[in-house]
Design a protein around this ligand. Structure first.
Ligand code: FAD
Length: 309
């Protein structure tokens, strides 16, 4: 029995645990080698207990939500991959706001708000991934971002591992930038859930808007192949969207093995069959090098990598 397995059995955490679990099954790219242990705590308390025990025993832990923005190495991930998948509660707070646990899929949150005739989240209709991932990334779509809709965030303090809450200080949140990212004031904190600001809306109108956005995503080819959405961030200083820059470089349809640039959108890289993380990272490196050589532009990946590259 492996040392990690012994450790986890000793901890007796309230969680579902799988060993040598293929991460390809947990990422929207459908790419990634095995997680040494893939652990899904059933409660926030069990999540904190797992993090505390792992810290005491020096076991590395990587948190994943829906895996919709992740490129996982072919060799997999050592230590524990903590999945928030089972933390998916949704409740109404006394002030009328909606509280969603981190693992709840964003599409379920949006659907639920619309069903109750509440406006403010429909911009995220059809957005793959979890509430925790969308907060961590400050996911942005159709000119709105998560920070616009957030009232507060519940998280585990990275030092004490005690539950804590934060309000959204707008200057710490920017385009694809949040305090939970490396270098931020809350770096390393595990997001437990988020509270959303919603207003009364017309259910039929909200449903129509959500359907319109979902159809737009489908037209743009978001769901044609396994992918992770846009690979690179946009940057106003580039003077045009990153997809346009990659188009100018002739990237549309470019392939490395089965890693391919979407024929419909040059900033979306897809798994056209059996792409490996190594294929995908070569394609990403080519885009970075060619944008730099042709335009002096430094493309910054939006996709997060996990494991050794
Ligand atoms: C078809 C498609 C379309 C997309 N369109 C868009 C779009 O329009 N706009 C956009 O912004 N993105 C888009 N994306 C990317 C993706 O949907 C978002 O980045 C999403 O918010 C990622 O959420 P996730 O739960 O899958 O995060 P994951 O991919 O699981 O993780 C991403 C990062 O968040 C961290 N994280 C996740 N959960 C937690 C937590 N509870 N606590 C702390 N850290 C956590 C992880 O450690 C990792 O660093 C798209 C992806 C796909 C596949």
């Amino acid at each position: 029995m492996s040392t990690l397995r012994k450790f986890l059995e000793k901890c007796n955490i309230d969680a579902e645990i799988a060993y040598e679990e293929p991460m390809a099954a947990h990422t929207s790219f459908r790419i990634g080698g095995p997680a040494e242990a893939f652990v899904k705590p059933r409660t926030a308390k069990a999540t904190a207990a797992l993090l505390a025990a792992a810290r005491d025993f020096g076991v590395p832990v990587a948190t994943v939500g829906g895996g919709a923005n992740l490129l996982v190495a072919d060799a997999g991930v050592r230590g524990v991959v903590l999945s928030t998948e089972l933390l998916r509660g949704l409740s109404r707070r006394d002030d009328g706001s909606l509280y969603a646990e981190a693992g709840l899929p964003v599409v379920d949150l949006v659907r639920s708000a619309i069903r109750d005739g509440e406006a403010g989240l429909e911009f995220a209709a059809g957005l793959p991934g979890s509430v925790g991932g969308a907060v961590y990334m400050n996911a942005r779509c159709y000119d709105r971002e998560f920070a616009d809709a957030l009232l507060g965030i519940a998280y585990l303090d990275p030092l004490t591992l005690e539950p804590a809450t934060a309000t959204v200080e707008r200057d710490a949140w920017a385009y694809k930038r949040t305090p939970f990212m490396p270098g931020g004031a809350l770096a390393g904190a595990l997001i437990l859930g988020a509270r959303f600001r919603l207003t009364h809306g017309d259910r039929a109108a909200l449903e129509a808007r959500a359907a319109e956005l979902e159809a737009d995503r489908a037209t743009k080819g978001h769901f044609d192949y396994p992918c992770a959405g846009s690979v690179f961030k946009n940057d106003r200083s580039f003077g045009r969207p990153t997809g346009k820059i990659l188009d100018e470089l002739g990237f549309r349809g470019r392939r490395v093995g089965d890693a391919m640039v979407s024929p419909k959108h040059a900033n979306i890289f897809v798994n056209a069959g059996r792409a490996t993380a190594s294929d995908m990272s070569v394609l990403i490196a080519q885009a970075i090098a060619e944008a730099k050589a042709a335009f002096g532009i430094e493309l910054e990946p939006e996709v997060v990598t996990l494991g050794d590259f």
